[in-house]
Design a protein around this ligand. Structure first.
Ligand SMILES: C[S@@+](CC[C@H](N)C(=O)[O-])C[C@H]1O[C@@H](n2cnc3c(N)ncnc32)[C@H](O)[C@@H]1O
Length: 200
């Protein structure tokens, strides 16, 4: 989707699109479709993250919670935040055993307001949310704030269908925002998503 058809990071939150901010009667259906449709992309991101058993991980915009479950099998702790209360409830149901065991914590939050303490996280990961952030810089500042020195930020955004992919200038905007805050940032195409990586 080119920027001539979509203007991102203009300060407005997504509204009316149940995939961008699941709510209302279509929210749960959007969650089920995302769980199925984004499963391979989430698995690809997990492989790219190289999670270790000592890692405290924050997933931002977890949606239905598929990646949360995969992270919980590998990390020390996993915290998930999503601005959609419907998605927090869906992720809770999907990961009930890990939540009950204290390995996964969930709450309403966003990329701009995670509620996580400063320097509390080894890995921040977020899949298919960056285009929904109202603005890039405040969100990037927040994710940098919660990372420990040496901690990694991994973002992924759909490559297909092509109309959902970031336009080249949008992609450079994301990479540039990360590089301004972290000092450097990489982006590359994996099979299912464009991935952005930065290290604090
Ligand atoms: C397309 S879904 C992706 C869900 C999941 N990560 C996946 O890949 O299946 C987008 C998610 O981002 C969340 N979201 C919307 N605005 C956000 C923001 N500003 N910060 C973090 N997450 C946001 C939505 O509530 C929704 O759960």
């Amino acid at each position: 989707m080119g920027s001539e058809r979509r203007r991102l990071w203009t300060g407005t939150s997504p509204s009316g699109n149940p995939f961008a901010l699941p709510r209302g009667p279509l929210g749960p259906l959007a969650g089920l479709l995302m769980a199925r449709g984004n499963r391979r992309q989430n698995a690809e991101v997990l492989a790219h993250c190289e999670v270790s058993p000592e890692d405290d991980v924050l997933e931002v915009g977890h949606g239905p919670g598929v990646l949360l479950g995969l992270l919980a099998e590998r990390a020390r702790t996993v915290t998930g935040v999503d601005p959609s209360p419907q998605m927090v409830r869906m992720a809770l149901r999907r990961n009930f055993a890990a939540v009950r065991a204290g390995r996964v914590r969930l709450r309403v939050g966003s990329a701009e307001h995670t509620g996580a303490p400063e320097a509390s996280t080894d890995l921040v990961v977020s899949v298919n949310t960056v285009a929904m952030w109202p603005r890039l810089d405040p969100a990037v500042d927040e994710l940098h704030r919660v990372l420990r020195p040496g901690g990694r930020l991994v973002l992924s955004w759909h490559l297909s269908p092509a109309r959902f992919a970031l336009a080249p200038e949008e992609r450079e905007e994301v990479r540039g925002a990360l590089a301004r805050r972290f000092g450097s940032a990489d982006t590359r195409d994996l099979r299912h998503g464009a991935v952005f990586v930065a290290q604090r």
